[in-house]
Design a protein around this ligand. Structure first.
Ligand SMILES: CC(C)(COP(=O)(O)OP(=O)(O)OC[C@H]1O[C@@H](n2cnc3c(N)ncnc32)[C@H](O)[C@@H]1OP(=O)(O)O)[C@@H](O)C(=O)NCCC(=O)NCCS
Length: 171
């Protein structure tokens, strides 16, 4: 892609989801955690502000999606069992973030992550969390720390966390 390629990060729309599924499958099927189209549709309906895509030129090159959860000890209104996104929650969980393989290492993942961190802040969240098998260094560069290491379905995962109070979001 040429140096002058126009790059924008915007909220995802229903029609973007097939491209998101393609990127997700490429990124996560080897570790058994790729998601179905219906899962992304549900996430978009539940929390549209927390679902973003990056368009480079005319192509969708990356996406990031998220949900709000209640922190331990936090009592929110509308805490429905089985419902993962909780609008009153103050824990911002990145459910997935990926960049098309052939377009990685161009700063696109960082642009998506920065947008999600900004959204978390605007949504009044205190902490951003993510679990990752492969991208610890990427998150460490944005200030995340590993809080727990564990193994799930034979894949070793880091639970990582960023305290929003510890970073300055105003340039
Ligand atoms: C992790 C991922 C989103 C990074 O996106 P990207 O566009 O390639 O990353 P960037 O170009 O913005 O890189 C930002 C920094 O992180 C570093 N980085 C990126 N991916 C890295 C990796 N896999 N390992 C080590 N460092 C990495 C880059 O070197 C860069 O550092 P710099 O600013 O000092 O040059 C991308 O590699 C990806 O889609 N991976 C597969 C899916 C995944 O693991 N997602 C995260 C868990 S949900």
């Amino acid at each position: 892609m040429p140096e002058s390629t126009k790059v924008i990060v915007r909220n995802a729309r229903e029609q973007d989801i097939p491209a998101v599924v393609e990127i997700d499958t490429e990124a996560f099927s080897s570790e058994g955690s790729a998601e179905k189209l219906a899962t992304f549709q549900r996430r978009l309906i539940a929390f549209p502000n927390g679902f973003v895509i990056l368009v480079a030129g005319n192509e969708i090159a990356a996406y990031g999606c998220s949900e709000k959860r209640l922190e331990e000890g936090e009592h929110g209104v509308g805490n429905i069992p089985g419902q993962t996104h909780q609008p009153d929650g103050r824990l911002f969980r990145i459910t997935a973030l990926a960049v098309r393989k052939d377009l990685q290492r161009r700063g696109y993942g960082s642009l998506v992550l920065d947008r999600l961190i900004e959204t978390a802040h605007l949504e009044g969240c205190r902490r951003v969390v993510v679990e990752t098998a492969q991208a610890q260094e990427f998150f460490v560069k944005r200030g995340f720390q590993t809080v727990q290491e564990r193994t799930q379905r034979s894949v070793s995962l880091d639970d990582m966390s960023l305290d929003l109070k510890s970073i300055n979001l105003i340039p």
